[in-house]
Design a protein around this ligand. Structure first.
Ligand SMILES: [Zn+2]
Length: 361
């Protein structure tokens, strides 16, 4: 029986109108059937394709939806055959008991590193420095903005563009491919950044149908580019993730214009709920998102599938610290935030939802 200490905050967010993916079903089915006939996996292939197209729909300009469905169907079918082929080979291994030919992991790691290095080398010095300071040294957009006399919003937008370029250059380096046409890079970049206007301008719809390389790369680009820029997911398994969660929250909140003291308060509360996951559940997830309604603010959802809390009221009572004297515990986190709710099902896990509103004016 779930116990709720206070009602969950209103989940207010506008969403994009749903793309007309249903209209694509006959097309996708035709492609799948043309290639695999009545194979029992045909339905799965159609569904898998639609799931992927749907996931990318908000980042694809309407005219690109159909070509994207076509290349996605082809990619899904190709990866099915690869999988089936791998299974056949593995079955063979079971019979002949020869040592398996594992891909040399070290070789793969070296290839990956060199792809990252090649991709970084293609960025401008400024882009590279900002990206490394942010992703490696963990500097937030606020700090980067004050160093360069810019605004956190402009820095975040620039970082997004740099990341989109990194993804393109990384995949090209991994493929060891020089793009066959002048149009490939602009098309890949428009796909990677999910910029629908650019996709139209460079006629990505036509290009992905004509260019094998771009058709193939469109998949990993769209899949990796799905994260929203007003939301951060941190999967939590160790103390290092406490830092990542805190930074993620600070980062988003600073973009909204939170005052320094409120940033610290928010980061402290996020640390507490994340630490709780590490200590008591072992693993879980923290999601930080910007909300617009009923006011502007930052919402944090910390979820785990741990043992749960048997007495939520008691766990939230002042003076009760689940950390046995260390840190603030849940009551402390609750005092720091404007809204705070705990839902726990013993044996199934705990979800903490908390919100800090922007103090305007
Ligand atoms: Zn191309």
């Amino acid at each position: 029986m779930p116990v709720s200490a206070s009602p969950p905050a209103d989940a207010g967010r506008q969403s994009e109108p749903p793309a007309d993916v249903a209209a694509l079903i006959p097309l996708v089915r035709r492609i799948v059937e043309a290639r695999v006939g009545n194979h029992p996996a045909a339905d799965d292939l159609v569904q898998e394709t639609l799931v992927r197209v749907l996931a990318a729909a908000s980042r694809v300009e309407p005219g690109l939806l159909e070509p994207y469905a076509i290349v996605t169907a082809r990619n899904v079918i190709a990866s099915l055959w690869r999988q089936a082929d791998r299974q056949r080979r593995n079955q063979h291994r079971v019979v002949d008991l020869r040592p398996a030919e594992e891909p040399d992991e070290q070789v793969l790691a070296v290839e990956e590193q060199s792809a990252v290095a090649q991709a970084l080398a293609r960025l401008s010095d400024r882009e590279r420095e900002a990206l490394v300071a942010h992703e490696v040294a963990g500097e937030d957009t606020h700090a980067l903005a004050s160093q360069t006399g810019s605004t956190p919003g402009a820095v975040a937008a620039q970082l997004n563009r740099s990341r989109a370029r990194m993804r393109v250059e990384y995949l090209l380096a991994l493929e060891n491919a020089d793009p066959p046409t002048e149009r490939c890079r602009p098309v890949l970049l428009a796909l990677s950044s999910g910029d629908r206007r650019r996709q139209r301008e460079v006629d990505a719809a036509r290009h992905v149908l004509e260019c094998d390389l771009c058709a193939r790369l469109s998949q990993p680009l769209m899949e990796r580019g799905q994260q929203r820029d007003d939301e951060v997911h941190i999967s939590v398994t160790s103390d290092a993730d406490v830092v990542a969660a805190r930074q993620g929250a600070r980062e988003l909140a600073s973009r909204l214009g939170f005052r320094a003291t409120d940033l610290t308060i928010l980061a402290t509360a996020v640390s507490e709920v994340t630490r709780n996951i590490v200590r008591f559940a072992g693993s879980g997830e923290v999601v930080v998102e910007l909300v617009e309604r009923p006011r502007r603010g930052v919402r944090v959802t910390a979820r785990d599938t741990g043992p749960g809390i048997h007495d939520v009221e008691q766990a939230l009572a002042d003076g009760y610290s689940t950390n046995a004297g260390l840190g603030l515990g849940l009551p402390g986190a609750r005092r720091l935030m404007d809204e705070f709710a705990v839902v726990s099902e013993p044996g199934h896990g705990t979800t903490v939802t908390m919100t800090k509103w922007l103090q305007e004016g």
